[in-house]
Design a protein around this ligand. Structure first.
Ligand SMILES: N[C@@H](CCC(=O)N[C@@H](CS)C(=O)NCC(=O)O)C(=O)O
Length: 202
């Protein structure tokens, strides 16, 4: 199992978190953003959009981090996704919220405060309002649950992690802190050994 990516990339981290949670052996092949390797022909052959990450499982090639998380989870016996119809539907609902409503707005804060790509105050204000709505939805969900779909971590929790981690270094951390159940959920997710390995804290 080869993962072509970068340890600081949010989408690479989503897949690394899944690999660690499922105890899947892998090799990380570094694709160096700084050298533009993600836009070089070798990587474009793996990922036509020139983005990280890409996966190669003994000749089976896959891109898109959420597809990889689902594939790796299935291969490991669905440890991170319930086969119960309604539980699975809720997981997919939260992965969609992450993809459509959460991440595009989280990235505004991450670009502005972490990656040196300035955003206007109006853009940050609108993004903050959307994040507040997203954290409100999460807060309600985890008020009575350990993780987003119940007692077990799922791909839904994993999908949010890389963005919340980066936002800890931005004013958006206060939006999360205003939702005490969501904040407590993030503490549980971020203290998992698999996440600590993903971000190099274990
Ligand atoms: N939908 C893709 C998004 C991948 C993506 O945007 N990756 C970022 C790094 S986290 C990237 O490579 N950005 C560089 C670029 O788009 O040129 C996925 O989930 O894998």
């Amino acid at each position: 199992m080869k993962l072509f990516g970068h340890p600081a990339s949010t989408c690479t981290r989503k897949v690394l978190f899944t690999l660690h949670e499922t105890n899947t052996p892998y090799e990380l092949e570094l694709v160096d953003f700084a050298k533009g390797e993600h836009k070089a022909p070798a990587h474009l052959a793996r990922q036509p959009f020139g983005q990280l990450p890409a996966l190669d499982d003994d000749g089976f090639a896959l891109y898109e981090s959420r597809a990889m998380a689902r594939y790796l989870d299935g291969k490991a016996g669905f440890k991170l996704s319930s086969q119960d119809l309604t539980t699975r539907a809720v997981m997919e609902q939260f992965i969609s919220i992450e993809t459509s409503d959460f991440t595009p707005n989280a990235m505004k804060f991450i670009y502005h405060h972490i990656f040196g790509r300035p955003q206007t105050p109006e853009v940050l204000e609108a993004a903050g309002k959307m994040l507040d709505t997203c954290y409100g939805v999460i807060d309600k969900q985890v008020a009575t649950r350990t993780y987003l779909t119940g007692d077990h971590l799922s791909i839904a929790d994993i999908s949010f992690a890389p963005y919340i981690e980066y936002m800890a270094g931005t004013p958006a951390k206060d939006i999360l802190a205003a939702h005490k159940h969501a904040q407590a959920w993030w503490t549980r997710v971020s203290e998992r050994p698999a996440w600590l390995k993903t971000v190099g804290r274990a």
